[in-house]
Design a protein. Structure first.
Length: 293
């Protein structure tokens, strides 16, 4: 059985002042995250600004993070695209670099049918030995993968889990009912982690773990150990953080928050822009209230 752990951080991509990728800082951040609750790192996902990274930058990020922490945590490469051919190519490169698995987003913008989604993932799975996590996020892709399609795909040996960010909690329950217990269901939203775990989830692919990784790990472990009240208490305490990190488009708030906890990662690439003063003040207040700064 594939086991990527409980808390996977959807890692940001650090940038230099000129807008180029800061690989040295990426190495340092990867080590920081490994020291602070992350069982694995998802590199080049949406939080990593995948839409504006070149393929060369993407592959160099995989190499950099693997070299930094490859022996300590799992490295999951975000190789998904709205082009099946490009996804196959990126997945092949990631496999050669030696990552532990890939996360493949439902193809965005071109709105495939359920059968189109199935054929896309079947093609990716047939092209690699790497374990694959499906990433379902209707808010960014324009389409929702149904529980029935997830169940069909879960029968393919190396499709091992899903990052479920559809926002439809009933769908998580249905996926759990229709897949084997080995099939991993990760929450794709920090604020829904406990609710998804109640419905059979195994953990979270998190943004907030950049800031409160140890606490989020403690929360998930408490829930899985049956200490539900403790997990609920931590969740309630961290709830303002989960909310404030999404007051504008991710990863704008988390990059601002990282600077505030002395883990600066630079700015963002257009069309995303840095947090404004009002947003920064809201983020700073939450971090102070939680005694994170």
């Amino acid at each position: 059985m594939t086991d990527f752990g409980i808390v996977l951080t959807a890692m940001v991509t650090p940038m230099k002042p000129d807008g180029s990728v800061d690989y040295q800082r990426a190495e340092e951040l990867a080590k920081y995250l490994a020291d602070n609750g992350s069982d694995g790192l998802v590199v080049h996902g949406t939080t990593g600004e995948s839409p504006t990274l070149t393929h060369e930058e993407e592959y160099e990020m995989y190499r950099t993070v693997k070299k930094a922490v490859g022996g300590r945590v799992k490295i999951i490469a975000g190789t998904g695209s709205n082009s099946t051919a490009e996804t196959l190519e990126a997945t092949s490169h990631a496999e050669k670099i030696g990552v532990d698995g890939v996360m493949v987003v439902v193809p965005y913008y071109n709105k495939p049918s359920q059968e189109g989604m199935y054929q896309h993932y079947k093609a990716v799975a047939g092209s690699t030995k790497l374990p694959i996590i499906i990433y379902n996020i209707q808010g960014r892709t324009g389409v929702n993968m149904t529980a029935d399609t997830v169940a069909r795909l879960s029968k393919i040996k190396n499709i091992v889990g899903i990052k479920e960010a559809s926002g439809i909690l009933e769908q998580t329950s249905e996926i759990r009912q229709k897949t084997s217990k080995e099939f991993m269901i990760y929450s794709g939203d920090d604020d829904k982690t406990i609710e998804i775990m109640k419905r059979g989830g195994c953990g979270v692919i998190s943004v907030a773990s950049h800031i409160a990784g140890k606490e989020i790990k403690k929360m998930c472990e408490a829930y899985l150990s049956g200490r539900v009240d403790e997990a609920e208490r931590i969740n309630s305490r961290l709830s303002p953080l989960f909310k404030v990190l999404f007051i504008t488009t991710n990863p704008t708030p988390v990059k601002a928050a990282l600077a505030m906890i002395s883990q600066p990662v630079g700015g963002l690439r257009l069309p995303l822009i840095e947090a404004n003063e009002s947003e920064k003040e809201q983020i700073r207040k939450v971090l102070k209230d939680l005694k994170l700064i």
